[in-house]
Ligand binder design. Structure first.
Ligand code: SF4
Length: 164
């Protein structure tokens, strides 16, 4: 799996031109985060005006409950998880949630294909949705989450709320 470098300007331009956009559900007001809250963003809602929106929450889609224990990547970032070199572990207890995260990512890709979304607008810093920065073993580092890595590898343009 490779990460193609696309500039912020190119990502934002792709969003502007897109008719159908896959979006992290928490950004448009779904209370699906690990803490039971949303991350509703007026900037995101504005950017999506007039577009068809496909909301997904890969973690809930993969079978995780709301609320849930926070999860961090361990051993690498999303690309490394797909390569089998890293895992998604509960921050406190260390329970391995990798399978649920992979399942949720595949479902997000399926939804994008079904509805014809070529661009994904995702929540930065999430172990699933992060597009440029994610927490690995307690440290924020460059890299993408598990869902973002899959969508990008499958040819989608992936950007985050922080790009807007
Ligand atoms: S960042 Fe992604 S996985 Fe996390 S709550 Fe939002 S949509 Fe769900």
């Amino acid at each position: 799996m490779t990460t193609e470098a696309v500039s912020r300007e190119e990502r934002v331009a792709a969003l502007r031109e897109a008719r159908v956009v896959l979006v992290s559900a928490c950004l448009i007001g779904e209370a699906c985060r690990f803490d039971g809250r949303s991350k509703r963003s007026e900037r995101v809602l504005e950017a999506l005006e007039g577009k068809e929106v496909v909301p997904v929450c890969p973690e809930v889609g993969g079978g995780m409950p709301i609320p849930r224990a926070p999860v961090e990547l361990s051993g690498g970032t999303g690309v490394d998880v797909w390569a089998g070199r890293a895992r998604a572990l509960e921050r406190e207890a260390g329970v391995d949630r990798t399978d649920a995260f992979l399942r949720g990512a595949r479902l997000a890709l399926e939804a994008a294909r079904k509805f014809g979304a070529t661009v994904a607008l995702l929540k930065e810093k999430s172990p699933s949705c992060g597009t440029q920065r994610v927490y690995e073993a307690g440290v924020l580092r460059p890299g993408e989450g598990i869902t973002a890595a899959l969508l990008r590898a499958e040819g989608m343009t992936v950007l985050s709320d922080e790009d807007l």
